[in-house]
Design a protein around this ligand. Structure first.
Ligand code: ACO
Length: 694
């Protein structure tokens, strides 16, 4: 991977298309570079020559020395024409120009990158607003001129949003270490940018806005290498559900790409914000707060109601309200009026002013068993807002040893105080829920990540390969049910005995071997919904019923689906009732193989209560994946029922993950249902597809 140092800390920069006319992008970029205090060499390039903002203009890039970066601000067709000349001189091109793949000019974009790469130049963009890097410092964007230096890096796929964010962070007084616009990602992607930012001393928090990821796997791999002292918050557009795709499996149709993104981010330990607002609140809080040393949160408030709202929000976000009454009493007894409450939320009552807040906060900061503070103030009529603000700010700065977030609830005066606190780098909010959500994010990003552990699964690989090759030979991409079961059995899953039979005699013979009752199902690649066409008979008790069932299945299928090729019948043990679950796998265009879990029947079909992970999945993560579904309590046992064999499900999902990772050809599979008992799990039915071989 190429070192991006020259992109973020360039010693020289050329602006191809530097403009003499104020207001044009090629002019603004030059102006911003100059006013950012950039110390390196600046070469404006324009065939007209002359001077721009006091700098000599070169008529062509050929006239200048080699440069670290070349900003391209000429129209698209000219950009393509000149890129080779630029590539001979520059290490990186930042192509601000739009009019490429985003408007269907795929050929132009391809040419641009090919001609750049031919000479070893890398391309950021096209269709970007530029780059700001505090390290140089350089503001090579056409966005706002002034950018405050800080420890947050913003990487944005959307240009407009990126520019808006520069404005917004300035308003919030947030400092940036870098802001990178990645646009069409024709060459450099977030993967390389992230790997640079992970090594960048200035960056503490990375805020990533993405619309789509072509290289989800690479992204996950790099995200997993994130140093623990840095955090990533992702805002991904497109939460709406992808329409059901025409795929052969349940898993495929449920796998809206957004669900997979969610799962993948979770797996990589990346926190996903729901909205821009949340994202900004989270990054600023994380950037300005120390990591919490423990789980105990204390709420200090002057209003009972606000305290209750905060406590409810803490419960919703899974934050732990410190409840050791003895410590709380000892900590707050000197500052508490008689009618105050020691029970967390600590209510120092409506009469509390600046001095009371100062004392209460001092106590909270000084007590070691309190790990995070939520200080709330409800504006009163006889406002002492400034005193409150000073108390909060002074104590916050004096200690700074634990996270403390502030909510000031009220009118215009409160807004003013919040701005003033923010200006001092103190996380302050007008809404309690926002404060609690930001504290949740802070806890989340500092959660310890476990190492991923995989143990080998013993599989009969030879047999699996043979079944797949047989299907390819017959030009089939859907495996027959008994083939799918055979593969699952060979991958170590618990599949009860089954036989594939082609005559009544074979059926009777097999049923006798299995033991009654048995189930019989038609085997035909042309029949997907077997029950609907009378291709399934259950609860068969004896030889006579086997014979009748065989005949009935053949007759029904021939009559109802005359064109289907009927291969025979699968006969298997009728299983006892248990909890029906579904395990699936599919292939996501961005992340590759993913696995799915849910409860069967209405839970999967109506409620779509399923969870996903990118395969293979370590067992610990599978346990989380199972707990994630809403219907999880049914597995734990409700109304006096015993807990089901959850470890059996874990083991099955693990094996499915390993199977689809090892056998690239398996593109989709459904085990539906996998029956779960108090002890043991059994595969009842399976579907499997293999990808089209080119
Ligand atoms: N080499 C160097 N300079 C040249 C060359 C050349 N071969 N040919 C022309 N130029 C000069 C022009 O003379 C002009 O300078 P001048 O103003 O002094 O005469 C300058 O380059 C710019 O050329 P124009 O033809 O005037 O192009 P214009 O400035 O109108 O547009 C731009 C160029 C800004 C790149 C435009 O094509 C474009 O893509 N705009 C959209 C940019 C954008 O939005 N990017 C995405 C950002 S993210 C977001 O969504 C906000």
């Amino acid at each position: 991977m190429q070192e991006l140092e020259a992109l973020f800390n360039p010693k020289s920069v050329a602006i191809v298309g530097a403009s003499h006319h104020e207001g044009k992008i090629g002019h603004t970029v030059v102006k911003n570079i100059i006013s950012s205090g950039y110390k390196g060499k600046i070469y404006p390039i324009n065939p007209k020559g002359g001077e721009i903002l006091g700098l000599k203009v070169y008529r062509s890039i050929e006239e200048v020395d080699n440069v670290d970066i070349a900003l391209i601000v000429v129209p698209a067709h000219i950009a393509v024409e000149i890129i080779e000349d630029v590539a001979k001189k520059a290490k990186f091109a930042i192509v601000i120009t739009s009019g490429f793949s985003e408007v269907g000019n795929i050929e132009g974009e391809k040419k641009l990158v090919e001609n750049a790469r031919k000479h070893g130049m890398r391309v950021l963009g096209p269709n970007v607003f530029g780059i700001y890097s505090a390290k140089a410092p350089i503001n090579a964007t056409f966005g706002p001129e002034k950018i405050r230096k800080g420890n947050i890096a913003v990487v944005s796929q959307s240009g407009a949003l990126g520019i808006a964010m520069i404005g917004r962070v300035a308003e919030e007084n947030i400092g940036l270490s870098a802001i990178v616009s990645i646009g069409n990602k024709a060459d450099l992607t977030e993967v390389e940018i992230l790997s640079y930012l992970f090594k960048d001393d200035l960056t503490k928090v990375i805020f990533l806005y993405i619309e789509g990821l072509e290289n989800g796997r690479e992204f996950l791999n790099i995200a997993k290498k994130k140093p623990k002292e840095k955090s990533i918050i992702v805002l991904k557009a497109g939460r709406s559900k992808a329409g059901a795709r025409a795929v052969a499996s349940h898993t495929g149709s449920l796998a809206g790409s957004d669900a997979i993104f969610d799962a993948a981010f979770r797996q990589a330990g990346i926190l996903r914000a729901e909205s821009l607002e949340d994202g900004l609140n989270w990054v600023t809080t994380i950037a300005s707060s120390p990591p919490p040393k423990g789980k105990n949160v204390v709420i200090v408030t002057n209003g009972g109601g606000l305290g209750v709202i905060a406590a409810d929000a803490c419960e919703k976000y899974g934050l732990h309200l410190f409840n050791d009454m003895e410590v709380l009493r000892k900590t707050f007894q000197d500052v508490m009026p008689e009618f105050g409450s020691y029970k967390n939320p600590i209510d120092i009552t409506g009469q509390a002013g600046g001095e009371e807040y100062r004392q209460a906060l001092e106590k909270a900061f000084s007590e070691d068993s309190i790990h995070a503070i939520l200080a709330l103030y409800c504006e009163r009529g006889d406002a002492e807002l400034e005193e409150i603000r000073d108390a909060m700010a002074e104590v916050h700065k004096k200690y700074g040893n634990k996270p403390a977030l502030y909510t000031i609830f009220g009118g215009e005066g409160a807004t003013h105080i919040i701005q003033s606190l923010k200006k001092q780098g103190i996380p302050a909010f007008s809404d309690v829920e926002d404060a609690v959500s930001a504290l949740y994010a802070l806890y989340k990003v500092h959660e310890k990540k476990e190492e991923e552990k995989f143990e080998e699964v013993e599989m009969n690989e030879e047999k699996i390969r043979k079944i797949i090759e047989e299907a390819y030979k017959e030009r089939r991409h859907r495996l027959l049910s008994h083939e799918a079961k055979e593969i699952l059995l060979s991958a170590g899953l618990d599949v009860p005995p089954f036989y594939f039979v082609k005559s009544i005699e074979e059926a009777i013979d097999s049923a006798n071997k299995i033991g009654y009752p048995v189930a019989m199902k038609v085997v035909s690649e042309g029949i997907i919904h077997k029950t609907d066409v009378g291709g399934v008979v259950l609860n068969i008790e004896n030889e006579r019923e086997v014979a009748e069932a065989y005949e009935a299945i053949m007759e029904n299928c021939k009559r109802n689906v005359p064109k289907a090729r009927i291969r025979g019948v699968e006969i298997s043990k009728m299983l006892e009732k248990g909890v029906e679950t579904i395990i699936g796998a599919t292939t996501d265009i961005s992340f590759g193989k993913v696995v799915m879990f849910g409860l069967g029947g209405i839970y999967v079909e109506v409620m779509k209560d399923v969870s996903f992970r990118v395969a293979p999945v370590p067992k610990k993560e599978i346990r989380r994946m199972i707990r994630e579904i809403e219907s999880y309590p049914l597995l734990e046992g409700v109304r006096g029922e015993k807990r089901k064999d959850i470890e059996g499900i874990v083991d099955s999902i693990y094996k499915v993950g390993m199977l689809v990772s090892k056998f690239e050809e398996i593109s989709e599979l459904d085990i539906n249902p996998l029956i779960v008992y108090e002890k043991g799990v059994k595969v009842v039915d399976a579907r499997m597809s293999i990808k089209v071989r080119k």
